[in-house]
Design a protein around this ligand. Structure first.
Ligand code: PMP
Length: 286
């Protein structure tokens, strides 16, 4: 039974309980992060904590802890887990209060940190690629906030499960936004493209890592809006996230992407990503 952290206490998962009036349960009034841990080192923790702060600011909820406290709690939980590689799930809600949409006058946030299996895709998927489908992005207009209100993402993700695919790639008014739980990159005429950060996409930590690695490798890239036609005629499409890392999409809506195999730019960046992870594990940045 894994140990979790709930509101100041470390306890077994089965003993961790939240009141039914918690606003996270009633309204989805909370935010979260998922942080990959390799060889017991949280990967890009500072970036995740900065995004947590931005999400909390976005929902007007005071951060219950300074970054040093978050770091200590995360490291303590990694030590409790005994695992080398895992995910750390961290959630803050506006806490329990009588049911009323307006903020309670006295807020007692609920803080949960728990270990998750990392769920990194098997190496085979990077070699063979995955299928994806497209769907209209019908989420709200603050997709930059990592909110626990995920019912739209849940429904969109299930469409790809129903279609036997790895992800649903979203188009808003004919423009690529992102996946239901990942960022999306496109390679077109030798240039790596991604939609620029805006309130319509989550600022992915892996998105930043991929762009840093692309710059380091001299891969030309541009951040600009990507129309649907450019997605459909792309030479390569990649999904990125903390748990998926970088995955090549080789079929989109049943049609081959490029020649239907993972592309050359993908292979270079995927290798660079694995090398960067190894550097971080040896005590590089974060
Ligand atoms: N977009 C969405 C909607 C996501 O859920 C995720 C996964 N957190 C991402 C992008 C990728 O973000 P990251 O690279 O920080 O995991």
């Amino acid at each position: 039974m894994p140990t979790v952290y709930l509101n100041g206490a470390f306890l077994p998962l089965e003993e961790a309980h939240v009141p039914v009036l918690d606003r996270g349960f009633i309204f989805g009034d909370g935010v979260y992060e998922v942080i990959p841990v390799y060889s017991r080192r949280p990967f890009r923790l500072a970036d995740h904590l900065a995004r947590l702060q931005a999400s909390l600011d976005g929902i007007r909820l005071a951060n219950p802890h300074p970054p040093e406290t978050w770091r200590t709690l995360v490291l303590d939980l990694i030590a409790c887990s005994g695992e080398e590689d895992l995910g750390i799930y961290l959630q803050v809600t506006r806490g329990p209060a009588p049911r009323d949409q307006a903020f309670p006058t006295e807020v007692r946030p609920t803080v949960l940190i728990m270990p998750l299996p990392l769920g990194t895709p098997p190496a085979r998927l990077a070699e063979e690629g995955v299928g994806a489908i497209t769907a209209a992005d019908n989420r709200w207009l603050r997709c930059d906030l990592k909110s626990t209100s995920l019912v739209a993402n849940v429904l969109l993700r299930q469409l790809s499960v129903d279609a036997g695919c790895a992800e649903t790639i979203l188009l808003r008014d004919g423009w690529l936004t992102e996946g239901s739980s990942s960022s999306v990159f496109v390679v077109s005429r030798g240039t790596l493209l991604a939609p620029p950060k805006s309130h319509l996409i989550l600022p992915g930590v892996t998105y930043d890592v991929v762009l840093e690695l692309a710059a380091g490798q001299g891969v030309p890239y541009a951040l600009r809006p990507i129309p649907e036609a450019e997605l459909r005629s792309a030479d390569e499409i990649w999904l990125t996230s903390s748990t998926k890392e970088i995955l090549p999409v080789v079929r989109l809506d049943g049609r081959p992407v490029g020649d239907g195999r993972p592309g050359g730019l993908f292979r270079g960046l995927h290798a660079a990503y694995q090398e960067y992870k190894r550097t971080e594990m040896r005590g590089g940045g974060s």
